[in-house]
Design a protein. Structure first.
Lengths: 429, 251
């Protein structure tokens, strides 16, 4: 019997477009489970509630829609700092351009190496956090990634690292389709910083599964590349142990379609997590979606979501953020703010903030606002002699700054700030 | 100097005339005060001079040293030497006070074709001037006016004025919300800027500010016009008798 539902037609077409990776039994099983799950739920469709504000067609089309290459005259991100650099070209690890995969206190393997070993710690994480995150909401693009990805790193952090690992994703082919899957385990008391930058490919699908053990810290700063036509779907899964810290920040400028999903779960007491993002879009071909799901299932944990978007010339920003507090998660402190700054009447900010709370002793707050540049502030600045365009940029950067402030490394925060300032400056009238 | 002739101004959004022919001439180095009952058009005069949106000039002119202010953008008026000390200074979260001041000073210097101040030079000057106004380093680091008390906000206005070195300073009810000590401090800051060339227009409800900033000329504004001008004694007359007698006299 012919399959008639477009969701299932699309998922079959996607699975058929990629080879089934080979590997050890546990990896094959995880991949098969993910493929079966994708078959069962189907590819995302614009009629799905979770995709109400973002049309996923460009993410699911076969063959991959092309994206023009973008020549930037800016230095690559995170280039001036001491780090271990790893380069992926169109989603494929390029060892020639990368540093040695060696960092004190850390074991770094490729996904292919790790998944070919019969016994490996990654068995407990690879596809596992992703599969946990399929409930209560379907995340088909992540299931696809687990099922077919062969590229990525498997990182075991055993101590406090001396420098960050910086992944650079270079886009060189107009039709490239990248599937990258990283698995990170930060052991008890260890501390690790992951940096990611670049568009990755014409279409880039990435999954990051991070297990942060008790008293461990994971810091993450990501920038998604200025290529105007790129399509990007990312999923970041974080599982937090007791007294652990998880901080992730993403800067997005340009890009035709970006969907960043973050799924965090507190499993130990007294942990803290922050997911934040600053994005800037210019033109009707910019669509940027932050979708966040934080589950509190332990006592005395704190979570923060801080998302800021500045939109102009018909750009669209989306925020869907949820805090779920389970019955036993007392003393939870959940905070969520999403704000859109619209520079004209053609741009859109669509927000769906949600709180679902089953514990009775919690402090949760959320706010979502959309607005224009404050005219009184503009007059104040210009009356002091600051030209209008510069005054507007100062106010925009101040607005985005509240998200950048969530990065707790000031050098990284400054670099992000400077990039955004440069982006604004290029658009001055 | 500032010369305002027959200035007539209405609101853009509604059919309401606020200024009905203001004439005012302030010479180099002079201090003029405008007093008047609520709603007489005092603050509107200051906003129209500095270029705030929402007003429509229907007739008249305003020139600063021969330059037509009304044709300029607010930042051009600032670069031409006009400064407005706000009645209600605006809070701007996320913009550091120091960054703001330096950007403003350098933008004006650039607009006038002067060289920009280096970070070091700027810091030296701003620290010196801030000290005289009892503005501490912490206030300079904080976002513009955010969490400042009423007195701190007004002192911050005077600091900006001192840094920008304008030719013409308009002070819109700078005394409102200030206690006696704070008012003295602000007045001292203003007086320190009097150099025989710089001119001032002080808008106030109360005579007491004029005890500290001594005006050369006092104007009474009512119903969108200047109805009477005189020496400092005019302010005392208002203080003692209110506006009723003066308004009855000119009616």
């Amino acid at each position: 019997m012919a399959v008639t539902n477009p969701k299932f037609e699309a998922s079959e077409a996607l699975l058929a477009a990629y080879a089934v990776p080979s590997g050890a039994a546990w990896a094959t099983e995880a991949r098969a489970k993910a493929a079966a799950h994708l078959r069962a739920i189907g590819a995302p469709n614009k009629r799905d509630e979770y995709w109400k504000y973002t049309n996923p067609t460009a993410l699911t089309e076969v063959p991959t829609p092309s994206a023009a290459l973008f020549a930037s005259d800016e230095a690559p991100m995170f280039d001036a700092i001491d780090r271990v650099k790893v380069v992926f070209v169109d989603g494929v690890l390029d060892t020639a351009q990368s540093d040695d995969l060696s960092l004190e206190g850390v074991e770094i393997e490729t996904l292919t190496e790790a998944t070919s070993k019969d016994i490996h710690w990654a068995k407990d994480l690879f596809g596992v956090l992703e599969a946990n995150g399929q409930n209560p909401v379907d995340r088909p693009m992540a299931a696809l990634n687990t099922a077919v990805a062969t590229e990525g790193l498997v990182i075991h952090v055993k101590a406090e690292t001396t420098k960050p690992l910086a992944l650079r994703y270079i886009h060189t082919s107009e039709n490239s389709d990248a599937m990258v899957h990283h698995v990170i385990k930060v052991e008890e008391g260890a501390k690790f910083t992951l940096l990611e930058s670049g568009p990755g490919a014409a279409r880039f699908n990435s999954v990051l599964e991070v297990d942060v053990a008790d008293n461990a810290e994971f810091h993450h700063v990501r920038t998604q590349g200025r290529d105007h036509e790129r399509k990007t779907a990312t999923h970041m899964y974080g599982r937090l142990g007791a007294e652990s810290i998880y901080r992730s920040f993403t800067m997005t400028v340009n890009g035709m379609l970006t969907r960043n999903e973050s799924v965090l779960e507190f499993t130990g007491d007294d942990a803290q997590a922050t997911v934040s993002g600053a994005s800037a879009g210019d033109g009707k071909d910019f669509h940027h979606d932050d979708t966040v799901f934080v589950t509190h299932d332990s006592v005395d944990c704190e979570s923060r979501q801080v998302f800021k978007k500045v939109l102009r010339n018909g750009a669209t920003g989306v925020f869907q953020g949820k805090i779920l507090v389970q019955p036993d998660a007392q003393k939870t402190d959940g905070y969520q703010i999403s704000q859109g700054l619209l520079l004209d009447d053609d741009s859109n900010f669509l927000a769906k903030p949600e709180l679902e709370i089953y514990a009775d002793d919690v402090a949760c707050s959320h706010g979502s606002t959309v607005g224009a540049i404050d005219e009184d502030a503009m007059f104040y600045l210009t009356s002091r002699g600051v030209p209008k365009a510069q005054a507007q940029d100062m106010l925009i950067l101040a607005f985005l700054g509240e998200a950048i402030d969530e990065i707790d490394n000031s050098d990284l925060a400054d670099e992000i700030h400077d990039r955004l300032a440069a982006w604004m400056e290029r658009r001055r009238a | 100097m500032l010369e305002i002739k027959n200035l007539q101004v209405g609101l853009e959004e509604e059919d309401k005339q606020i200024l009905k022919g203001v004439d005012l001439k302030i010479g180099e180095g002079e201090v003029h005060a405008i007093m008047g009952p609520n709603g007489s058009g005092k603050s509107t005069t200051s906003y129209v001079l500095s270029g705030k949106d929402g007003y429509e000039v229907t007739d008249g002119s305003a020139e600063l040293y021969g330059e037509d202010l009304l044709e300029m953008e607010p930042e051009e008026r600032a670069a031409a030497g006009l400064f407005l000390a706000f009645q209600y200074p605006v809070e701007i979260p996320g913009v550091g006070n120091m960054t703001f001041l330096r950007t403003a000073v350098n933008a004006q210097r650039k607009a006038r074709g002067e060289e920009e101040l280096s970070a070091g030079e700027f810091l030296k000057v701003v620290r010196e001037k801030a000290k005289a106004l009892k503005i501490d380093a912490d206030m300079l680091k904080r976002p513009v006016n955010v969490g400042f008390s009423g007195g701190e906000k007004k002192r911050n206005e005077i600091l900006q004025m001192a840094m920008l070195e304008p030719k013409m300073c308009v002070l819109d009810e700078t005394d409102s919300g200030l206690d006696v000590d704070a008012m003295k401090l602000v007045a001292e800051g203003v007086n320190a800027l009097r150099d025989g060339k710089r001119s001032f227009l002080v808008i106030t409800h109360y005579q007491r500010l004029l005890d500290h900033i001594k005006p050369d000329v006092v104007h009474i504004m009512a119903n969108g016009k200047i109805v009477k001008s005189g020496g400092p004694e005019l302010a005392l007359e208002v203080e003692n008798n209110g506006y009723a007698d003066i308004l009855a006299e000119v009616a």
